[in-house]
Design a protein around this ligand. Structure first.
Ligand SMILES: NC(=O)C1=CN([C@@H]2O[C@H](COP(=O)(O)OP(=O)(O)OC[C@H]3O[C@@H](n4cnc5c(N)ncnc54)[C@H](OP(=O)(O)O)[C@@H]3O)[C@@H](O)[C@H]2O)C=CC1
Ligand SMILES: CC(=O)N[C@@H](CCC(=O)OP(=O)(O)O)C(=O)O
Length: 342
């Protein structure tokens, strides 16, 4: 019998991407689609690329509209998911693509999001040690932020193998869809086209505690993170360039071996052949992650670089991958690693 899935926030970028993936998922039947200011609109007017759903009309985001489904995807702004989730029954699989249930420490949540902490759910980054087991059979999933996905997958093998020191320096460029569909002055075409600009500099970005949480858990000790995000003039994609000082005895070969071991059996992560570098264009529209790693002997640092599509592996693809695990389906069902080029 088909898995019946509802999407709350179907008019947004994350909601649209999860619908694109669910349309290609052989086990899923798409149920209710809800919005907020766009409730009452036809999806065809809002997400014209989703032609099979063009005639569907968005309902208000209410417990009644979302009732009667096996899975509910929440693609809502931060702070909106908890109130909706608590009205959905314990037997429904709820997959939150927002931030509400990602962080474990309430103090981190309050500092970076400025509201009371709603709780912590199993974390939808299956590649991290222990994450798959926590997702199996779970009825609640917190999908990671897009930057923490890219950064954690670039760096965790180095921390898992004990190759690097406790301070990671990260500069990551993101496409503009990461900022959502709601109009914002700094996202005007004339501001973004032909220019790259940093933001959230100096420890202020709300994804910093999530990266620290992931890397510290893998390292088994506190990791400090300096994170500088950058807006890039492209619609999709994240390129994360991460480095950390190598511990004594590290060599280029030992670094390579740690990454080969970590990613030998991962269906979505590809450690590139030596000399080839991740590129956002290569993962456009796919759930693939490209990773490369190098040892810079001149400064004794490990450099790890990853590329993802922020909307696919960074949000909706990670959500569907986690849904597959939670429901006991093969993890790759309905998900592609094939990109679109040029
Ligand atoms: N964009 C990305 O790359 C990523 C996004 N995410 C997360 O996904 C979630 C959605 O982001 P994104 O799709 O980019 O954002 P958008 O702004 O594109 O979409 C937001 C969606 O939420 C709805 N909405 C807005 N306000 C409310 C409200 N008060 N109650 C109920 N629904 C509301 C909107 O409805 P309407 O249009 O009808 O008003 C719209 O469908 C966020 O939590 C974001 O952090 C996670 C990882 C990456
Ligand atoms: C370019 C851009 O603005 N990106 C967003 C991150 C989007 C994302 O994936 O994060 P959440 O799921 O936590 O919203 C930002 O920096 O806030």
């Amino acid at each position: 019998m088909a898995v019946r899935a509802a999407v709350a926030g179907a008019s947004g970028y994350a909601g649209g991407e999860v619908l694109r993936l669910l349309l290609a998922h052989p086990e899923v039947e798409i149920g209710a689609l809800t919005g907020n200011s766009n409730a009452g609109q036809r999806l065809g007017a809002l997400q014209p690329h989703l032609s099979p759903l063009a005639g569907r009309v968005l309902a208000e985001t209410t417990p009644e509209a979302l009732a009667g489904h096996d899975v509910v995807f929440l693609a809502l702004p931060h702070g909106q998911s908890a109130a909706v989730a608590e009205q959905l029954g314990p037997d429904v699989l709820v997959i939150d693509m927002g931030a509400d249930f990602r962080l474990k420490d309430p103090a981190d949540w309050e500092r970076f999001y400025g509201s009371p902490h709603a709780g912590t759910w199993p974390y939808g980054l299956p590649e991290l040690p222990g994450a798959r087991v926590a997702l199996e059979g779970s009825k609640r999933v917190a999908v990671p932020g897009c930057y923490p996905t890219a950064v954690s997958l670039a760096l965790f093998p180095a921390y898992a193998a004990g190759l690097v020191g406790p301070e990671a320096v990260i500069v990551a460029a993101s496409g503009t869809s990461g900022a959502g569909k709601a109009p914002k002055p700094h996202l005007l075409g004339s501001e973004v086209m032909g220019s790259m600009s940093p933001y959230g500099v100096g420890g202020g970005h709300r994804h910093t505690p999530e990266m620290i949480q992931n890397l510290s858990a893998v390292a088994g000790r506190p990791v400090r993170v300096s994170f500088t995000p950058t807006l890039a003039p492209m619609p999709r994609g994240i390129l994360a360039t991460c480095s950390a000082s190598a511990v004594p005895g590290v060599t280029a070969d030992s670094v390579r071996a740690a990454y080969e071991k970590a990613y030998a059996d991962e269906p979505f992560v590809r450690l590139l052949p030596e000399g080839q570098w991740p590129a956002t264009a290569s993962v456009h529209g796919s759930n693939a992650v490209q990773v490369q790693v190098a040892y810079d002997a001149s400064v004794d640092r490990v450099i790890a670089i990853s590329a993802i599509d922020n909307l696919t592996k960074g949000t909706a693809g990670g959500a569907v991958q986690s849904m597959n695990i939670a429901l006991g389906l093969p993890e790759t069902t309905g998900l592609s690693t094939i990109g679109v080029a040029p």
